[in-house]
Design a protein around this ligand. Structure first.
Ligand code: NDP
Length: 383
């Protein structure tokens, strides 16, 4: 039996992970499950999986969690510090599936314990960059990429040498608004932006997918996970989301990973690594799909990938600033406070007006994140 902890258990990735655990309950012991405010759903999962610890990040929700788990013998706690304490508990796999930079401190706590982390929480790696990769090295931790593109690249690199890589190509679906004109994009509603054609995901990443910030964040994520150099990372739009990414080697061979658009596939790849496990996903029906198409990203209508590449090139604090401003802008868009096309404007303006020194520690990253959020929020209010 292997042990597993899931941070962000009530979300889209968390739920898919638990579906895989349900497939063979005798194979897994669930140690920790966490949520932000959704104490009711967390309590139900905690009872179902008979976990050791259940944690709500928002301390105000602790009384509800405590009531719901009274008499169960499950330890309950709440707040940011409790989340980090739970992340420091040793498990065979720690799934990092909290959304946003809010997941960074628990991920770092798990890394400092030398744990194996299945990382979905891309914002944490984008924000902390070198601080996180240095911690992974220093503490002998293992990062396994859950993001479908990075998981694909990870698989395509097995048996290959980094110095032999000519290109790493991240595929992008282009999101639900891919073919929209600039004028239509300006009027896009939250409901239209989250209606992803291929993937069923949480609201924040769905908006990121529509703006292409998701691909921008993934470019920075790939830069840290696969250090081949930024100039060897490129993006191609592939609306069918069948090829999840590709690696081209110097001899002209391109290896691609294909699969259904279901996060259970890359999650299973991490849970079973270095082996394989079954998933309930339908096999790929290539004849049924028929055609795979590819397009160059349009960075005039979707400037996010350009902004992300510039932030990655600038390095230092820039990716953390980009991420924080994007989180603030996406929340404002989902609240109906700004237009869809203003998300990239808020990010670009925050980057242009705030260039703190490079972070050397986790505390530095958190301070940059806090400052960048305050600046982006102030920008929203002044508009
Ligand atoms: P969801 O919004 O569906 O779920 C987020 C989870 O994090 C929930 O459990 C939520 O709890 C918890 N959470 C939210 N805010 C906080 C906070 N401030 N502190 C602690 N916990 C919090 O997100 P997704 O599952 O879609 O995405 C999770 C991560 O995985 C993101 O970084 C995303 O980019 C990445 N990812 C997601 C994919 C997908 O298919 N969904 C694909 C690839 C990557 P509560 O329920 O209480 O709100």
């Amino acid at each position: 039996m292997r042990s597993i902890s899931i941070f962000g258990a009530t979300g889209s990735v968390g739920t898919s992970t638990l579906d895989l655990v349900r497939q063979d309950r005798s194979a897994w012991g669930v140690k920790v499950l966490t949520a932000n405010r959704n104490a009711g759903a967390l309590a139900a999962l905690a009872r179902e999986f008979n976990v050791q610890d259940a944690v709500v990040a928002d301390e105000n929700c602790l009384p509800e969690l405590r009531d719901a788990l009274a008499g169960s013998g499950i330890a309950v706690s709440g707040g940011r510090a409790a989340l980090c304490e739970a992340a420091a508990i040793t498990a065979d796999v720690t799934v990092a599936a909290i959304v946003g930079c809010a997941g960074l401190e628990p991920v770092m706590a798990a890394i400092e314990q030398g744990n194996t982390i299945a990382l979905a929480n891309k914002e944490a790696l984008v924000s902390a960059g070198e601080v996180m990769t240095a911690a992974v090295k220093n503490h002998g931790a293992t990062l396994l990429p859950v993001d479908s593109e990075h998981n694909a690249i990870f698989q395509c690199l097995q048996g290959g040498r980094t110095e032999d890589v000519r290109w790493i190509t991240l595929t992008a679906s282009g999101g639900p608004l891919r073919t929209w004109s600039q004028e239509r994009l300006a009027a896009a509603t939250p409901a239209q932006a989250v209606a992803h054609p291929n993937w069923d995901m949480g609201a924040k990443i769905s908006v990121d997918s529509a703006t292409m910030f998701n691909k921008g964040l993934e470019l920075i994520e790939a830069h840290h996970l696969f250090p081949v150099g930024l100039d060897k990372l490129r993006i191609v739009v592939h609306p069918q989301s069948v090829i999840h990414s590709m690696v081209e080697y110097r001899d002209g061979s391109t290896l691609a990973q294909l699969g259904p658009s279901d996060m259970k596939v890359p999650i299973a790849s991490c849970l079973a690594w270095p082996g394989r496990m079954d998933t309930p996903c339908e096999p790929l029906d290539l004849a049924g799909i028929g055609t795979l198409t590819f397009e160059t990203p349009d960075e005039d209508r979707f400037p996010a990938t350009r902004l992300a590449r510039e932030a990655a090139l600038a390095g230092g604090a820039a990716p953390a600033v980009l991420n924080a401003a994007n989180e603030v802008a996406v929340a404002a868009f989902l609240d109906g406070k700004i237009q869809f096309t203003q998300i990239a404007v808020v990010v670009a303006n925050t980057l242009a007006n705030y260039a703190p020194p490079p972070p050397a520690t986790l505390a530095d990253v958190m301070a940059i994140d806090t400052d960048a959020r305050a600046r982006a929020s102030a920008m929203l209010e002044s508009n």
